[in-house]
Design a protein around this ligand. Structure first.
Ligand code: SF4
Length: 279
């Protein structure tokens, strides 16, 4: 079997940076470190960090005073920093710089009395964090249809940002509609190219193989998006690790392509490639 690997696959810049910072801190720490929410959407990687002393919690409340806490690459709202400060918690901030830039825009415009609009999914941790920089008062839009339910006030000024992983076509469509409805509006296209680049290379590779294997966490939305893109072109198998691969099933393909979500560590990708190369 011939195995081809997508040009861009696996950890993006922000996740790579966050995971490295977290690991370095864990190596220095003797009593373990808390992480606010799972570091990434990858069970296997999180387990590896937990074995080294990482404790994942959902709220600052449960972290004892004077301990260390990692803020993951998705970022968090302003109140989390204040809560940590009150408890003298040492913050290891691994927020991706691209997400941090959105926090700064939102804070600046909120302070200038602009109403903030976030194009994204209100349940996604990144969007929850962004909303936390304008007192949780942002209008969050995920679909064009949703816009019909919102009444905009043309006596106000608006500022629009986007979840970094949102689809560009959706962003453009919503921006078009917003510009027609609101007179005083400023747009910041804060979509991160890492997602787009991964999606493009997955599609290109899918066109060139008999079957695609997409590696990544079941709860990782960018991995699921890669699965959908590949499925439109060739039979596609979604896995978290090599253990889910079925040798018999794979034997019917001559050329297999491999890609991985932005939260899939290199070692998991390498294990899959090694397994395939032996078939
Ligand atoms: S996808 Fe982009 S914004 Fe999100 S963590 Fe990666 S580099 Fe940062």
């Amino acid at each position: 079997m011939e195995v081809k690997i997508a040009k861009d696959a696996g950890f993006c810049f922000g996740v790579k940076r966050a995971m490295k910072m977290a690991w370095n801190e864990l190596e220095k720490s003797e009593n373990g470190i808390f992480a606010l929410g799972p570091l990434i959407h990858n069970k296997q990687a999180v387990s590896k960090y937990e074995e080294r002393g990482l404790k994942t919690v959902e709220q600052v409340e449960v972290i004892p005073s004077n301990k260390s806490m990692i803020i993951r690459s998705h970022g968090v709202g302003e109140s989390v920093y204040s809560e940590a400060k009150e408890k003298s918690i040492n913050v290891i901030d691994t927020t991706c710089p691209f997400v941090k830039k959105i926090h700064n825009i939102v804070k600046e415009y909120n302070d200038k009395n602009y109403k903030i609009i976030v194009i994204g999914d209100m349940k996604h941790p990144e969007v929850i964090g962004i909303n936390g920089w304008c007192n949780n008062n942002a209008i969050i839009i995920k679909t064009l249809e949703q816009m019909n339910e919102i009444i905009f006030d043309n006596s106000k000024k608006y500022c629009v940002v986007a979840q970094t992983t949102i689809n560009l076509t959706l962003y453009n469509n919503i921006v078009d509609k917003l510009s027609k409805e609101i007179e005083n509006i400023e747009f910041y296209n804060t979509i991160c190219s890492a997602t787009k680049v991964r999606q493009q290379s997955a599609k290109e590779l899918a066109l060139d193989v008999d079957c695609m294997i997409v590696i990544g966490g079941r709860h990782s939305s960018n991995t699921q998006k890669l699965v959908d893109i590949c499925k439109e072109v060739v039979p596609t198998i979604a896995i978290e690790t090599k253990l889910e691969l079925n040798e018999e099933e794979l034997r019917k393909y001559k050329v297999v392509g491999v890609t991985a979500g932005a939260s899939t560590p290199d070692w998991i990708i390498s294990e899959v490639i090694e397994f395939l190369e032996l078939i």
